[in-house]
Design a binder for this molecule. Structure first.
Ligand SMILES: Cc1cc2nc3c(=O)[nH]c(=O)nc-3n(C[C@H](O)[C@H](O)[C@H](O)COP(=O)(O)OP(=O)(O)OC[C@H]3O[C@@H](n4cnc5c(N)ncnc54)[C@H](O)[C@@H]3O)c2cc1C
Length: 289
């Protein structure tokens, strides 16, 4: 292994000052679970790793705000988010989805900032955060900017986060209504998904006022299924409408083949997953009513 620097800054400003906008081999490290895999695979040969472990507990804080939204520090660990009482109560879809990410050992160290920055298309959190209308807070030498989680990813393993910036916070508005994330795997349940589908529905009685449906895994970036959303918003949630929405989703989603299945296989998964995800969301809603 080529020697590299491993730095442990004690503040966010210090961490930012150690990043390099030009050098892709200078990397921040959250939990290090993806960084270590990339190093073992030889696709990352860092010259400097900047650990975020000691930049301060405030960057790992998880708290419900007075306006009802949720703030999650970029260094919050996935296991801590999953177990947080405010998350379980107010954002049950997020807590459920986190339970299916990797395994407890990975979740105990992986951070939400590292998770969203990594932008492997198979990650479970990006479509969930997009469907929840979350905002990602990015800090850099020029200050702080906010980006909708739905537009964070720009391509295969690429995001809008620049090399000298860090994801420092996530802001999640109150969950608009029932939601579910369906992770369809071809091997073990906690494996990487062949298709991820996140659904959040705003309801007024039987009427759908707001539908957010995002694919993950089968598309390079989390992708909104706008035609399917519109069908639910205009026509409701009967079984024929759900089937029609699923066909619209299959027609509009730019599904790609990978080692988890062909595009044709993923189209069939999506056809089945959409009505099922909506049903799971509605069932969860009823059981909490
Ligand atoms: C065995 C195994 C199974 C897995 N299974 C799944 C799964 O089923 N579903 C799933 O979604 N994921 C899965 N993962 C991936 C896992 O979720 C990610 O590795 C993890 O979330 C990354 O978080 P981290 O803090 O460890 O990131 P790191 O490894 O520290 O960093 C990842 C990337 O983000 C950058 N980075 C880190 N922190 C920040 C920050 N705050 N701001 C900007 N850039 C940053 C790093 O430079 C690096 O490029 C699995 C991983 C393993 C090892």
């Amino acid at each position: 292994m080529t020697p590299f620097e491993f730095l442990l800054p004690y503040s966010l400003d210090e961490a930012l000052s150690l990043l390099d906008p030009e050098d892709p081999n200078v990397r921040p490290v959250g939990g290090g679970t993806a960084v270590m895999l990339m190093m073992k695979a030889g696709v990352l040969r860092p010259t400097r790793l900047v650990s975020l472990q000691r930049i301060g507990d405030q960057h790992a804080r998880i708290a419900r705000q007075a306006d009802g939204s949720l703030r999650i520090g970029g260094m919050a660990r996935l296991a801590d988010i999953e177990a947080h009482p405010a998350v379980r109560e107010g954002w049950p879809m997020l807590a459920h989805a986190l339970r299916g990410v990797a395994n407890p050992r990975v979740r105990a160290v992986a951070t939400i900032g590292g998770n969203l920055s990594h932008a492997d298309p198979h990650m479970d959190m990006p479509p969930v955060m997009a469907a929840l209308d979350a905002t990602v807070v990015i800090s850099g030498p020029q200050g702080v900017r906010e980006v909708p989680a739905a537009t964070l990813c720009t391509g295969y393993y690429e995001t809008v986060v620049r090399r000298d910036e860090l994801i420092t916070e996530l802001r999640v508005p109150p969950q608009a209504g029932p939601g579910a994330y369906l992770k369809l795997t071809t091997r073990a349940a906690h494996d990487w998904p062949a298709l991820g589908l996140a659904v959040v529905l705003g309801l007024q009685g039987e009427r759908v006022t707001h539908a957010r449906i995002f694919t993950g895994a089968a598309t390079d970036c989390p992708t909104p299924l706008r035609n399917a959303q519109t069908i639910l918003e205009q026509r409701g949630l009967s079984a024929p409408v759900l089937r029609e929405a699923a066909e619209a989703a299959v027609a509009e989603a730019p599904l790609v083949a990978d080692s988890h299945g062909s595009a044709a296989y993923k189209r069939q998964l999506l056809r089945v997953a959409l009505p099922r995800a909506v049903q799971i969301a509605l069932n969860r809603n009823r059981s909490h009513a």
